[in-house]
Each structure stands twice: as C-alpha cells, then as structure tokens.
Design a protein around this ligand. Structure first.
Ligand code: AMP
Length: 642
C-alpha cells in the first residue's frame, strides 16, 4: 500500500495521482487529507505556496462532491486569475477518472455571461477570484446558497489585495452549515478575524514554522556597488547556466528596463508587469512555463500567484519596500520538496534590511561574492563539456560525416576538443578577461554600521545641484533620492534636500561627492534622454532634515534660475537608461554598456529552444508599453520613510 492509499483516497483519485507522478504525499497533504475525509469540519491550514496545498484540499473535495448532483457544491476563492486558472486545471487533472465532475473558473477580464452559462450547465465546483464572484452574486448569475464547502486559498494574499469586504459578503451569502477550509501562508489579524467570524471550531494544522520561509529555500546575498547591480545580475545568470528564475524589481519601469537590457544582451528574458495587457501577460507566462524564458523579470503585483514548478532561483534585483514581501518572493522557488535559492543583490545602503528579513524568515542569509570572470569561465566551460557529452546524436548527421571528417581529419583528438569548446568559449573568455571584480567590501561591518549609524548633519557647505529630471518622469522626492543614491552609490544620508519640480529637480550632497555626481550623472541616460546635472547657483539654504526633505519655499514656488535643459534631450534610443560612455560598436541598434558574452547568440545552446510557433522573447519587451505607461508605479503610493 503506498502512502496515498493509506490516506483513504478513492481508487479514481489514486489512478490520477499515479498519472501525475506524485510518489509520496507532502506534509500538508498527509496532515489535512485524512482529517478532511473523515468528517465535515472547518480547518485552518498554515502552509506556504508550493507545499502541495491544492491537492491537500482538492483530493478530499473531489471525493466528497456528489457527481450525480449538478448543483454548485463547492466554492474555492483564490487571490488572482492566474492562481484561479491553475487550481481549476489541477482539480480537473485530479478528477479526470471521476465521472461527472465539472469545474468552472470565474475571474475578471473574461466574459461574465460565458462563465455564468458554464456554471448553469452544472458545475459542482467553482474556482473564483473574490471580485468577480461578488459581481456574479450581485447580478444573480450564481447561486451559492446550497454549497457544502468553501475553500479560501492564500487567504493572506486575498486580504493583502483588499478583498476583505468581498470575502465577507460572499461568505455571508453562503450557508452557515458548510465546511470552510482556510489556507494561508501567514496569519495576520484580518485572516484570524475571518476565521473567528465564519468558522466553527476549526482544526488547525501548520506546515513548517509559522511565517517562516520554506526549509527548501536557501538565502544568499551579494553586496555590490549600486552601479554594478545589472552587471552582477548578468554574472549570476552566467554562473548558473541552467538558471530558471523570477527576477523581482520594485517598479514597473525597472522591470521593463532590466528585461529589455537582458534581452539586448542575449539572455532569454521577458518582463511581466501591470502595464502589459492580459493577453501579453498570458503569452509571457506561457513561454515561461514552457521554459522558453529563463529569466522572468517581474513586479511583485504581477508575480502574485505565479505557480511554476522547478524555479531554480528567485533573484531580488532590488529588495521590496515592504520586507514582508520577501517571503512571498522567495516562496516561488523550493516548491514541492525541490531545492531553491533566493538571491538578494544588495547595496551598502540597504544592507541593514538583510538582518530584518532574517528575523522574519527565521533563516540566516549566506553572504557570497559575485563570481569573478575566471570563475564564470570555468563554470561555463564545464557546463559546455557536459552538454557536449550528454547531447544525443541525431543520425541524420551520418550523411554529412564523410565531408566533416575530411575537413577535420588532420586534427588530433586534443586539438579537436580544444577547438570545439573554443567555438563557444572564446566569447566568454574574451568578455570576462577584461572585466573587473564586482564585489563590494564584505557586509560584516556594514550590517552593523548602517543600522547603528546616526544620520550625519550637514557641515553647512553643501553643494546644490540642478538636474533635468522631475515629476514629469514620475519621480517624487523619495524615488529621486533613491535613484540618486543608487546611481551614485552613495549612503542613506549623502543625498538630501531633494526638491522635485515638473521638468527638473534640485538636490544637495556634501562637496566630496561633487566630482562623482557630475561625472556619473552627466554620462547616463534616462529613457533615452541624456541626464544633465549642473551645480546650482541657488544653494538651497537652510538645514536639511534627516529625511533629506526640503523645508520648502527655498525655490520661489519651484522657479529656478537654472534653464530647462531641453536642448540636451537626445533622441530616444531603444531600451531605457544606460550609460552613454561605451564606445562599443552598436549591433542591431543596441550598444550594451559593457558588452555581453551572450551577445551574438553566444552560448546559445544554453538557451531553451524556441518552438517554431513560440513568440520570440524579444517581442515581449517590444510589445510592452513604454515610457509613460511603464512609469506607472514608480511613484510610491503612500509616504515612505527615507
Ligand atoms: P501547490 O502548493 O498546490 O501549489 O503545489 C505545488 C506543486 O507541487 C504543484 O505543481 C503540484 O502539482 C505539486 N505537487 C503537489 N503534491 C505533490 C506530491 N505529493 N508530490 C509531488 N508533487 C506534488
């Protein structure tokens, strides 16, 4: 008897489980299934995504549904359309040998009348997002007054997304006697309130420690200078040739730009953010699932509910504003018992966040250094050799062998190996032999320093700058300060008195940073527009506060003597913000700042083959809305501490 049989599952479910290739139940399945099968009960299960919870509620639900009765008997609420469709598919797979069970997915952005019609045809199980479900109830398109089971999946996420009222309304419409099964990774107060209000003596199960990260995920951070962030990302990708990852950025704009740069540099990447249409997002996700994309660059909101197995790495290109979000990010890897790695690329000014995250996930980070060029070359070389060894030979090649042999016959075995490997390897070695070490100093002292350090007081000789970017570029003082700190690799308090106007802004630094400010900022572009910075005649006056906030009024209602630098705006190039310093010849219209070993299809054998009908990865970035649209969420929605 295998372990699934011991849980008391029916013959038809066991057959489906065999087809799915599940060998042993996961912890949440082992704990939940027997309890839910045994009696009708409410249950609160604390389990992260990826622990197998869909089957933990799906198997008992299917077994309990009366397939001969075509009324709606169960409602599963999930936070996103993506997750809703996934659950629907899983339930269909699990119930494939169970005659007569119908499942319908109900979510926004698709025809509500089609969904209502599908339900009317006799769906015993509805999987829905709360907003659309509430809409259907209001319009009388669905009747949940007879349901026996209600499942709240990822309850914390649903409440995070503002569905509290919808959930309360939906639960109030359903019968009191039903069983409610609530699954949540965490137990914030609002979730506890729902459990208290709508559940009767729920059984509680917990998988792993509460609020802790998955035991199968290891956490690493790499300390780099802010200007090296992107280069570090590329090196991490090159050092992990089989990487299959979600790369998280903080804003839609950064997401779009990082994806574009990766694509330009020859990586198989795509952007996923809220400015893409639903069809574009679906297309990106389809390619990601099909592994035609190795690096999915995403915002937190767009990546909610991504439920793709075998993600090897989560990369925090930037840490989230709310450190609690880190847990949701890292939960995208290490699923279903597989091992995964969550990587943080961090600068000195953010290093204190690492300790705060460690407290939340109750796991330690390992500090690592960005691999050197030589290390990457070694990794790639071995990867290539293994790939050659494992390549299956298509015997079609036999036809061409005499001709090939005659070309190569004078080469010894050793020469042949060297030359074969060099075909691909030269590009990497040529690229990396010229590159410098990226590691910033060790974080040990910085982790203490930055958390203990008092903000410095200005010494009164601040330098005030004028810069030709402003609110028109969707900056406010906080995001501009962040941008300047990162771009200039300055500390938390080194940029202050940031004052943002429509087409331009002012900020201060202490004099020792002036050369860097002038040199770095005058040599980069923002969305194809050259940034221009000048020392302002207006010294800004006054003392700064610790937030770098202007005390106001210094600039006569935003007018400055500094001219608007519109004459300096270079025609927009493809791709966003990049250094202009490269003298590298442009290829295909793009000039990656430091070039890339991947360019020109280098190591293309690493990349997953594109299906002939598959959309080209490059296309996602090109089709994506640019500039004004993708600037969308760079503006913080609520005040943030500096
Ligand atoms: P979930 O937490 O339900 O999103 O599941 C995560 C992934 O684990 C899904 O792709 C499931 O198909 C898979 N899975 C669920 N249960 C098992 C199991 N017992 N053995 C192997 N994989 C599983």
């Amino acid at each position: 008897m295998n372990k699934f049989e011991q849980l008391g599952l029916s013959e038809s479910l066991l057959r489906a489980i065999l087809d799915l290739g599940f060998e042993n139940p996961t912890e949440v399945q082992e704990k939940a299934i027997p309890l839910l099968l045994e009696k009708d009960t409410d249950m609160v299960a604390l389990a992260q995504t990826g622990t197998g919870k869909t089957a933990a509620f799906g198997f008992p639900l299917i077994q309990k549904i009366d397939a001969n009765n075509r009324n709606t008997q169960a409602l599963i609420l999930s936070p996103t359309r993506e997750l809703c469709l996934q659950i629907t598919n899983e339930i269909k797979n699990y119930s494939k040998y169970e005659k007569g069970i119908n499942v319908v997915a109900v979510y926004g952005g698709a025809s509500i009348t089609d969904q209502a019609r599908d339900i009317k045809r006799g769906a015993q199980i509805i999987v829905a997002t709360p907003g659309r479900m509430q809409d259907m109830i209001n319009r009388g398109l669905v009747n949940i007054s007879q349901i026996n089971y209600c499942i709240l999946d990822e309850a914390d996420e649903m409440l995070n997304m503002g569905f509290y009222e919808d959930i309360v309304n939906i639960l109030s419409t359903s019968p009191d006697e039903k069983s409610t099964w609530l699954f949540s990774a965490t137990m914030p107060q609002e979730v506890a309130r729902i459990a208290k209000q709508f559940m009767h003596d729920p059984l509680e199960i917990t998988v792993g420690a509460k609020n802790s990260g998955s035991a199968t995920v290891s956490h690493e951070f790499y300390l780099v200078n802010a200007r090296d962030r992107y280069e570090a990302l590329k090196r991490l990708a090159d050092a992990n040739p089989d990487i299959f990852s979600v790369v998280f950025c903080r804003t839609k704009r950064d997401t779009q730009q990082v994806a574009e740069k990766l694509i330009e540099d020859g990586y198989s990447a795509a952007a996923l953010h809220g400015d893409l249409s639903q069809a574009q997002r679906d297309s990106v996700m389809k390619s990601f699932r099909g592994r035609q994309i190795q690096m999915l660059v995403a915002t937190d909101v767009a990546a909610r509910g991504i439920d793709v197995d075998n993600i090897t790495h989560v990369v925090n290109y930037q840490l989230p504003d709310e450190i609690e979000t880190y847990n949701h990010r890292s939960g995208r890897t290490g699923r279903a018992g597989k091992l995964g790695t969550s990587i943080v690329i961090v600068t000195k000014s953010e290093i204190r966040k690492i300790s705060a995250i460690e407290r939340i996930i109750k796991q330690k980070f390992e500090e690592k250094t960005i691999p050197s060029g030589i290390e990457i070359c070694e990794i790639q070389l071995l990867h290539l050799a293994n790939k050659i060894k494992d390549t299956e030979v298509d015997h079609e090649i036999d036809t061409y062998l005499p001709a090939i042999t005659s070309v190569l016959e004078d080469l010894s075995k050793e020469e042949l190996i060297k030359k074969m490997v060099s075909v691909e390897f030269n590009r990497f070695i040529n690229y990396y032999k010229k590159t410098r070490d990226l590691s910033s100093q060790s974080a040990g002292s910085d982790r203490r320093e930055s958390s203990d350090r008092e903000p410095r007081e200005s010494n009164g000789s601040a330098v005030r700058y004028f810069v030709n970017i402003g609110s028109r570029d969707n900056f406010d003082w906080m995001s501009l300060k962040d941008f300047l700190k990162e771009t200039l690799d300055l500390g938390r308090d080194d940029v202050y008195k940031v004052d943002v106007k429509e087409g331009f802004s002012f900020f201060n630094t202490d004099p020792e940073h002036t050369d860097k400010v002038m040199d770095v900022l005058n040599n980069i572009q923002l969305e194809g527009r050259r940034i221009n910075v000048e020392i302002s005649k207006n010294d800004g006056g006054g003392r700064r506060d610790h937030n770098g906030r202007s005390s106001g009024g210094s600039f006569g209602g935003g007018r400055s003597s500094a001219p608007r630098r519109e004459g300096n705006f270079a025609p927009r190039k493809e791709g966003g913000f990049r250094s202009d310093r490269s003298s590298a010849p442009r290829e295909g219209g793009f000039a990656p700042r430091t070039g890339s070993p991947r360019r020109e299809g280098g190591f293309s054998s690493d990349r997953p083959a594109r299906r002939a009908d598959a959309p080209r990865t490059e296309g996602f970035a090109e089709r994506a809305p640019r500039r004004s649209e993708s600037f969308g969420d760079s503006k913080p929605k609520r005040p943030r501490k500096s």
